[in-house]
Design a protein around this ligand. Sequence first.
Ligand SMILES: [Zn+2]
Length: 259
Amino acid sequence: MSPAEKHIHETDDASEVLGWPGHGRFVLSCEHASNRLPPPIRPGPLDAPWLATHWAYDIGAAELVREIVRNTGSVAVLSRFSRLVCDANRDPSDPTVIVPRVELHSLGFNELLSPHERALRIERYHAVFHKKVDEQLDRRLPMGGDVVLVSVHSFVPALYGLQRELDVGVLFNPYEAVATRLARALEARGLVTALNEPYSGRRGLIYSAERHGLNHQVIYLELEVNQALLSTPPKVYRIARLIADSLKELRLRSNAREQ
Ligand SMILES: [Zn+2]
């Protein structure tokens, strides 16, 4: 095995990189992998319950990504900070990149943040995470062959009292042909799949995938997986296998612009 095919697992305060950087054709990113508040950020006395919810991270997404990495021999970059610290899937200039409250609860660790503190958050976490994604793409792309950037997320099974029947959403902009082929492969494995659901990739809502896909001229998609399918390790293994098999059979053209 060449050095490029060695397994790596590197962590810093903002990110975790794992997998085989020179091997599979997927570079995965998981912007909402963790509900961690990196020190010195500390939760206020009433914040703890919120940190256990989908407001703080994408439940099951990190486990799913680890399994997809294992099944495809690819590499992934996962965040190591809660989306409430700052949201790695939002443009840093977007006011919602750091939110002061969730529902009606004011977050103690986000109250009264000065502009300097906000800038520091972006620099320490958001910027570092995205630098790691850049590094993995810079490392993988010169090795040749088709490369696909896949940003992996999970969504809550019920929203505003409505049960969502969707299993997996394939979010795209503009790679519709690739997204459609992937959705068909997932459907063929029994997963209820839709394009640009539960929200549309066309509305600038797949910030991270779009940012790196455009910067590196690589095909990019975002996957949104129903958290009901990720509630136990055996469920995660099953879905990861179905997604990995679907990704592995995905037909691409070598020129990303042609899809
Ligand atoms: Zn997410």
